[in-house]
Design a protein around this ligand. Sequence first.
Ligand SMILES: Nc1ncnc2c1ncn2[C@@H]1O[C@H](COP(=O)(O)OP(=O)(O)O)[C@@H](O)[C@H]1O
Ligand SMILES: [Mg+2]
Length: 283
Amino acid sequence: MIQPLLSLDHLCFKVGNRTLLSDVEFELHPGERVAILGANGAGKTTLLEMMVGLNLPSSGRVVAFGKPRRSEADFREVRARAGLLFQDSDNQLFCPTVLEDVAFGPLNLGRSGPEALAIARRTLDELGIGSFSDRITHKLSGGEKRLVALATVLAMEPDVLLLDEPTTGLDEATQELLTEHLLRLRLPLAMVFISHDAAFVERLANRAVILKNGTLIKSVLHRHPHVHAHSHIHVHPEGEEPRHPHPDDLAEASHDASPMLKEQSEPSVTFKQAGILVEDHDQ
Ligand SMILES: Nc1ncnc2c1ncn2[C@@H]1O[C@H](COP(=O)(O)OP(=O)(O)O)[C@@H](O)[C@H]1O
Ligand SMILES: [Mg+2]
């Protein structure tokens, strides 16, 4: 059997007297894109950080790339191969400019200055943010920081990608770009990601687990035909021809007429909703 890239073995984590994680069992294999689902405060971030030694287990063990990992030196090796996108991008970015931030990882992994800069430029270009190179990192918007933070992780060409709520703060077009990009990547060999974004989970995940009451519940992620009626909110400039019928035109329509929002000088935009059904078979 192929060895897992990463495995968590009876992992427990206590915060003071509180047991946040208990008896967590998890394996990550090449080709997997695993979604970790769970309520706010369930311990998802803590768990993802434990995979790269940013939180050490109270008991149990982490095995990564074939070796049990305990010390900081062990985990430094793990972090060179498993890139973590932090939930808060400000924890990821610390250089004055975007290009320096993205080049930092490859430099740290032993690439020469020119090589690191070339990798950084290529990574930014691939993410469609080549024009950000010279921008001051701390002046970027939240969504822009998110993409740059992702670039810093991808520039290290990780074997495993760990993403903590990657689509938070991104507009719809950027979410789409990000999803397509992640689906296209040759590396990493596997991904684990935390997300509350149903559309993103549906597109990216080929497995899902639920963190509940401090432990991981294996789940079945499946698609099935699902027919339903729903409303969209459309925004388009007043006076501009809409690309859809307005409620007056729908008087005869049998389904629920969408509420329409009119805004002046805003581009035409449609907010979509996507559905995902995650059934918890252990309940
Ligand atoms: N090192 C720590 N010290 C104190 N509390 C912590 C620590 N790590 C996590 N927690 C707490 O554990 C809970 C779970 O946090 P987190 O892993 O961020 O949840 P999630 O990502 O699922 O929303 C939170 O209440 C958080 O404050
Ligand atoms: Mg979290």
